[in-house]
Design a binder for this molecule. Structure first.
Ligand SMILES: [Zn+2]
Ligand SMILES: [Zn+2]
Length: 258
């Protein structure tokens, strides 16, 4: 199913990927529907109205779980009331990101859009969301959706308050920008390559991960991709490359910029 800007793909009967393939970063948000409540993991770029798509899928109350406070994951936050973010990214959500709007716009337009832009989108008026969350998340918090439980894992490195979201029952692991097929960034001053390595080790040690749900690029990456990333980082660490200023490291389907 497509809704002009968003592509909707079924992960299972009550889990949906809502993707923005028209933008070069090919971002994904995810809807988890429980018996009492639904969780939306990230809200995309804010180019189209993601709440219109969500409302067609469910009438349940929505809690938005923010994997991290980068502009391409919080674009639709203003369309929802119940926002949650890790305490270490909370300041950016409330006071704005520490980058200029010029930098954000040049990233937004870095490559041509491959899909027609929604009529409601005005690039001259594009500002990342700023606002207060209703919930502040901590490591190992559990979000109760009724008959589904989502565990919050604090996985810093790409951003200080980055989280992964794990559902033990299905084995689904939302990895945000910690891991996806493509170039993973830990080169900004606010990033930490060493912590990113630790976070990858942590999620690789979780048993029963059946499927990775990444923040960008290909949706159908295998569980083994996570172990490959860990091995690649272990080797980079042995060579003392896991630190700022060492540049880009190509490791097969994944590369890291430190
Ligand atoms: Zn990011
Ligand atoms: Zn991102």
């Amino acid at each position: 199913m497509t809704n002009s800007w968003f592509t909707i793909e079924c992960i299972n009967r009550r889990t949906t990927a809502i993707s923005e393939y028209g933008h070069w970063e090919q971002g994904h948000s995810y809807l988890f529907e429980g018996s009492r409540k639904a969780a939306l993991i990230d809200t995309g770029l804010g180019i189209g109205r993601i709440s219109d798509v969500v409302r067609k899928l469910t009438q349940l109350q929505i809690v938005v779980l923010t994997t991290h406070c980068h502009w391409d994951h919080i674009g639709g936050h203003g369309e929802f009331d119940e926002l949650a973010i890790h305490e270490d990214d909370q300041g950016w959500l409330e006071h704005g990101l520490p980058i200029s709007s010029q930098e954000i716009l040049s990233n937004l337009f870095k490559e041509p859009f491959s899909q027609k832009l929604p009529r409601c989108f005005d690039p001259y008026n594009y500002h990342p969301f700023v606002g207060k969350p209703r919930h502040v998340l901590h490591d190992n918090d559990v979000i109760n959706l009724g008959d589904r439980q989502l565990k919050i894992l604090h996985t810093p490195g790409h951003s200080p308050g980055h989280i992964c979201v794990f559902e033990e029952e299905t084995g689904y692991l939302c990895t945000g920008d910690l891991l996806y097929e493509g170039t993973v960034y830990a080169s900004y001053p606010s990033t930490d390559p060493w912590k990113l390595h630790d976070s990858i080790k942590r999620i690789d040690s979780i048993e029963h991960v059946s499927r990775l749900l990444p923040g960008h690029k290909r949706l159908d990456i295998q569980r083994s991709f996570l172990s490959k990333a860990r091995v690649a980082l272990d080797k980079l660490a042995d060579a003392e490359f896991v630190k700022h200023g060492t540049g880009i490291h190509e490791c097969g389907d994944i590369s890291f910029i430190f």
